[in-house]
Structure formats: C-alpha cells, structure tokens
Design a protein around this ligand. Structure first.
Ligand code: K7E
Ligand code: CUA
Length: 651
C-alpha cells in the first residue's frame, strides 16, 4: 500500500477498504450500486487520485474534447486522431496503406495517390510512420494540414484537415530511408525529410566497403504550395550530407528562423559487417564521445538552389556537399553520446539535445553558435571539410535529467519535459536554471512525449502524453504482441498527475502532436455533390440526379450512378465478360453523416461515399456470373434493400 492523500485514506478507513495505488496492476470489479461516490470508490477499489483522474478525463455524452492529438500509427501507415482529455479515438486517417472502411486504395484516385509512393518498381503496402507535423503559420499550428513520413520507404504524405484525407504522397529515389521527417519550417514553406541510413544517392549500387566515398546522406526540402495544398516536387531541392546517420530534425523559429538542426549518429562511419571481421553496427557506431549536430541555413540554401548551383540526381536538384560548404550552408557542432532528439525551445533561442547514453540534455545557444558562424571561428573540420564549431563555446549548459533521455517538449511557463527511456520517467526541468524540478514515472520505456502545442512558439502545457513503447502489465493479456501505452498526464496542478492509460494496438506510434480543437475546421459534407476527395475538385464524371445512365464507349462500359437513401440508380448493370467497366458513383446526399458504401461481390470493389463524394473505379469484368452489389453502411431503415446486381454475361 502506497501513501495516498488524506481524503482517500479517510474515506477508505471509514469504509474499511484498502487504499490501493493506481500505478500497480489490479482489477477493478463490481461497480454499480446506488451508494454514492464513497460506495462506488469502495466497490471499484478506487483511490482519491483515481477519482480526480476520472473527473479530469470523463467527457459527458455529446461534449467535445479540448484538444486533438494527431499520432503516428506506426507500422499501420495511418494517423490516429485522439481527443484529449477523454483519450477517445476519433479517427484513423488512411495514409500509406489501403484502408477498407474509408475505401482508400480501392477507387481510381486513391489508388493513384498510393501508386505515387511506389519505390524501385514495387507497390508498398505498409509504412513505418514516425513523425507527424501540423502545418504552421509564424511557428504556431494553424490547423490546416498534416504531414507524416514513412521511415522505411522514404515517403512524405500530405493530409488536408478540412476532410482528414490524404491528398498526396511524394517520394524521391535520392534516398533509401528517412527519419528526420517530417518537420516544417515556421510558415510551412518547406517540409523537411532527411535520410537516416546512408546509401549511394539516387538508388545507385556500390558495395558497403565504399561507404566513405560512395555512400551519402541527404536532406530534402519539399516545397509546400499552401494555395494548392500540395507539395510541389518541381520546386523542391536537396542538400548532400556526409555518410553519417542523420537522425531527428527540428526547424529553428523566431531568432533561429531560417535554420534547421539535424542530429546524427555513427560519425564513426561504421557499417556493420559482424561476419566480416567488424564489430556489429551498434558498437561500431558508439566509439566516439561526440557525434555532430548539423546546423543548416535553409533560407540561404533555397537561394543557392534557385541560382542553379545544383546537380540533378534522380530528378532532384541537389546541392552537393562541397557547394554546401563553400556557400556556408552547413556547419557541425559536437553533441554527446548517441544523440537522439533535438528540440528547439519556444523562443527559438536554444536547441535541446539528448544523448541516449548520457544522463544530461545539452542546451545549445543559438546566439553563441551564430556568433561563431558569423566570425568564421571554427574548431576543426570533419573529414569532408565541413566546419565544426567548438562544443564548449556553443552550449549554454547541461541539465542532469536522468537515464536515457530522448525527446523534449515545452510548456508556456519556462519548463521543459524530457522523456527518459531507460528510467521510464518524464523529467520536468527549468529552462532558465537547467535544473530538474520534478519527475513522474511512466509505464514503460517512454519514447517520444508531447505537451499541448508543445513544439510551437506558444506551448499550452496543460496536458502531456507519454508515448510508451512497452505496456507489459498495464492491460489485460492479449498474447505476446502487446499494445503500446499512451499515458495522459495533467500538467496544470502543482504536481504532475497521471490521468489515463490508453492502449494503442496498431503499430509503434513514435511521435504525435496536440492541437487546440477550435483550430480544426473540418467539414462534414462535400459540397456541391460530386467532389472527389483525393483531387479536392468536382469530378468530371460527377453524376446529377436524373442523369444516371449506362453508356458504351470505345474504352468500355461507363456506369454513371447515384447513391441516395436507399437505392443506387441504376441498380442493375449488365455487361459482357471481358468488358472494361468504369463505375462513376456520386453520393448525392447533403446531410451530415449520410455515408453510403458500395461493395461489389468478388471483384474487390469497395468504396466509401461520404455525403457529396464522388468515386471512380475501373476494372475488367473477366469473371462471368451474377454478382450482388450493396451498400455497406447502415444508412437507413431500408439499408439492407440498398442493393442491386452486376450481371456478367458469359462470352
Ligand atoms: Cu521513435 Cu522520433 Cu523515430 Cu525517438 S523516434 S522514440
Ligand atoms: Cu446506403 Cu446503406
């Protein structure tokens, strides 16, 4: 039994129940009776802390949450949308992988979006999503767009938050993995994607023994065209980097606007080969005391790229490493002990770097680094000639935070919160004093963490979510593959309080961002009817009521169909075996939530038609037979009757 608050003890004592700590696994049981709060607490074995946590998170029916979380869906290739403080899941946004409920990857336009993410001639049906980034205006979330990366198959996606739909996937054969992605510059001019595992640029072949000469990293600056809501690959460019493993990145803001910061590991340039007489990669890459924080002048780089001082590699204008050095675009600063997170403070004045094998976070001063750069005062150069600043002259200090620090977020009161992976805790520390003021244990092995708007120029603080890698005993057993554990922590009181455990059974989420709910202006219907969500425009094939028809054209049979409660028109389609079929279906409803599905037996046709949405789907009617088609959303009392037949007459 842990010490707990006096009220709970008093209540418990008067009721004759044991006080239990909410941080050890146990079963709550019973519940129910009509004996008031004290009786409920007794029946369900709850402490006062449990009850206050419940009061802080319980959200009555019909009431909305204060914040949205946009979390990476890890291996699922999706984004998870969660309400705070209730921690209710609001949506999974289909991004890199087909998603049946949303019909994503089943119609022509969404298949085109996924096909844009093909690599080396392969369809890719999974993703290792890591870092979502909300679009920003002047360094603050504006609620318009969301970007997210796939680390394994380096790709970047654009999601429009008007309809929570993926609009674009871009990928470049320049690099073979990414990790410092996605981060945005303060006005979302660029979406940053930097490589992690070096490879010959442009998908070329070279043996790994040629690492030092032929392998390279790169950072891609994807130009975001906000008016179009799309990345413009033709205005994007990249900078070649040495073959270190570039890690997390963050963009400068306010005083450091115009610059980005990327961590690295493996400045030893180890490449593994544990059966070839080398140490395994992990020890080969951990020899040096220091790796390099990359400091990059992106505003100047954009000018250099515009001036054409680039080389085309795999269709991407690339500022070569030597040009980057000559033009003063790239500088290094040593950083201790297998660095991971780099996080720019809200004022933009400091960069907080955590070394996984260090017990400190190191706080770099932008003013000091900029002073050294301006004075051309360099301590040394790396083997490729990149100027290296003095570590001692670049840092403002270090904070002793604990074991295995990874990532840092901020509140509006001058505090930083750093995740401690090895210690399974969050350290709250003062940015001014560089001293820890409080720690809270989490369960277990925390990776990223997030506070409300905690990586912007004006963090709210208020709530923190610990994104824990392991759940172990937190939830009822479900076999060896356990969910991840998001833990909601209240930051608003004098002490941090753990409020809620949320299992995430979808993949390993890595990072998430939390935005004020009133910044999201989502629309409930597509208006006017006939809009294809994936292009965002009214489809040329949109079907008006009373214009439904079947036309035989030189390229096949075109079916112009509408859906409305509770029928498809036409509801009988007759084709001949071998015909090319083009279905054009418009949901002509304009009522909230009046979604229809369209499923066609045995042809793998499955669409989700939100109110006003139009989809096209092309296929060959190669199998003869009788195929029911029906609506897959229970849209009305006569939903089961919303059906028809696709008749394929044998040759
Ligand atoms: Cu998992 Cu940001 Cu990819 Cu750290 S990263 S934990
Ligand atoms: Cu439309 Cu069910």
């Amino acid at each position: 039994m842990k010490p707990t608050t006096t009220l709970a003890i008093a209540i418990a004592a008067s009721l004759g129940v044991a006080c239990s700590s909410s941080s050890s696994p146990q079963t709550t049981s019973g519940g129910g009776g009509g004996g008031g709060v004290a009786q409920l607490m007794k029946d369900r074995n709850l402490t006062e802390a449990d009850v206050t946590a419940a009061l802080k998170t319980f959200t009555p029916s019909g009431r909305h949450d204060e914040y949205y979380i946009f979390a990476s869906g890890g291996h699922s290739g999706q984004v998870i949308v969660i309400g705070v403080p209730s921690m209710r899941i609001l949506k999974y946004i289909a991004v890199f992988t087909p998603e049946p409920w949303q019909g994503y990857g089943y119609g022509d336009e969404s298949m085109k979006i996924l096909a844009a993410g093909r690599r080396h001639g392969h369809d890719i049906t999974w993703a290792d999503t890591h870092h979502p980034a909300l679009s920003e205006t002047a360094g603050d979330y504006d609620g318009q767009y969301l970007f997210i990366n796939d680390k394994s198959n380096p790709r970047v996606a654009v999601i429009d938050l008007k309809d929570f739909t993926t609009k674009q996937i871009v990928t470049s054969p320049l690099i073979e993995s990414d990790h410092g992605a996605t981060m945005v510059t303060p006005d979302t001019d660029y979406v940053i994607e930097s490589s992690q595992y070096p490879a010959p640029l442009g998908g070329e072949y070279a043996d790994v023994k040629e690492w030092n000469d032929k392998y390279r990293g790169a950072v891609i600056f994807w130009k975001f065209d906000r008016a179009k809501g799309r990345i413009d690959p033709t205005s994007s460019f990249a900078i070649e980097l040495p073959p270190y493993m570039q890690d997390i990145a963050d963009a400068g803001k306010k005083v450091s606007d115009g610059w980005i910061f990327i961590n690295s590991l493996d400045t030893e340039r180890a490449w593994g080969g544990n059966k070839e007489g080398n140490p395994p990669l992990e020890s080969g890459a951990s020899q040096n005391d220091m790796d390099y924080l990359h400091v990059i002048n992106w505003k100047k780089a954009a000018e250099v790229a515009k001036a054409g001082k680039t080389e085309q590699i795999a269709g991407m204008p690339v500022i070569r490493l030597q040009t980057a050095i000559d033009e003063g675009l790239l500088y290094f600063v040593p950083e201790p002990k297998s660095p991971h997170g780099v996080d720019v403070t809200p004022s933009g004045e400091d960069m907080v770097v955590s070394g996984k094998l260090d017990t400190h976070t190191t706080v770099y001063s932008w003013a000091q680094m900029k002073g050294l750069i301006d004075a051309k005062e360099f301590a040394t150069k790396d083997p490729y000639g990149v100027p290296v600043l003095s570590f001692e002259k670049s840092i403002r200090g270090q904070a002793e935070v604990g074991l295995g620090p990874l990532h840092t977020q901020f509140d509006g009161d001058g505090f930083a919160y750093t995740s401690l992976f090895l210690e399974s805790a969050v350290a709250k520390w003062s940015l001014a004093k560089l001293e820890v003021v409080e720690k809270i244990p989490v369960n277990y092995n925390i990776g990223h963490l997030l506070t409300a708007e905690g990586d912007t120029v004006s963090p709210d603080g208020h709530y923190l979510v610990a994104m824990n890698k392991w759940a172990i005993d937190r939830f009822a057993p479900v076999g060896p593959l356990l969910p991840q554990n998001f833990q909601l922590v209240d930051l608003s009181g004098p002490k941090m309080q753990l409020l809620y455990d949320m299992p995430i059974p979808l993949g390993e989420p890595h990072y998430a961002q939390m935005i004020k709910a009133d910044k999201i202006k989502a629309e409930n219907i597509y208006s006017p009817a006939g809009i294809d969500p994936y292009t965002g425009e009214r489809s040329a094939n949109a079907v008006e009521p009373n214009q439904e028809r079947i036309e035989v054209k030189p390229d096949g049979v075109h079916v112009y169909m509408t859906a409305i409660r509770s029928h498809f028109t036409p509801d009988i389609i007759r084709v001949k075996q071998g015909d090319q079929v083009h279905l054009h279906i418009t949901n002509i409803e304009q009522a909230d939530d009046a979604t229809h599905g369209f499923a066609l037996d045995s042809y793998n046709v499955n669409l989700s038609l939100e109110p006003g949405e139009h989809n096209d789907v092309d296929f060959v009617a190669d199998a003869a037979g009788v195929f029911p088609m029906y609506c897959t959303e229970f849209c009305s009392a006569l939903h089961l009757e919303m059906a028809g037949y696709f008749l394929v007459e044998p040759k």
